[in-house]
Design a protein around this ligand. Structure first.
Ligand SMILES: [Zn+2]
Length: 76
């Protein structure tokens, strides 16, 4: 007696999903510092974090990441 699992391929398409919003993050890239803003819904929140971090530490270079979302839907 053997069992068999069948995976049926279903075609999907993927596209930008505005409803997912955009996430803004900033990462300090000064050597030895791994501070990061964490994800924010507002760009100004990540910027404010960076400015406060510079004020506290003098670190002045950041990697900024803007993330949008994508949705996969079944193609029929
Ligand atoms: Zn830093």
């Amino acid at each position: 007696m053997s069992t068999r699992t069948v995976y049926r391929h279903v075609a999907h398409t993927i596209r930008h999903a505005p409803e997912g919003g955009i996430t803004y993050e900033a990462f300090c890239v000064t050597a030895g510092c791994d501070a990061e803003s964490g994800p924010h819904d507002e760009q100004v929140a990540a910027q404010d974090w960076a400015l406060r971090h510079t004020g506290r530490t003098g670190h002045d270079l950041f990697r900024r990441v803007f993330t949008h979302h994508a949705k996969a839907t079944r193609a029929e």
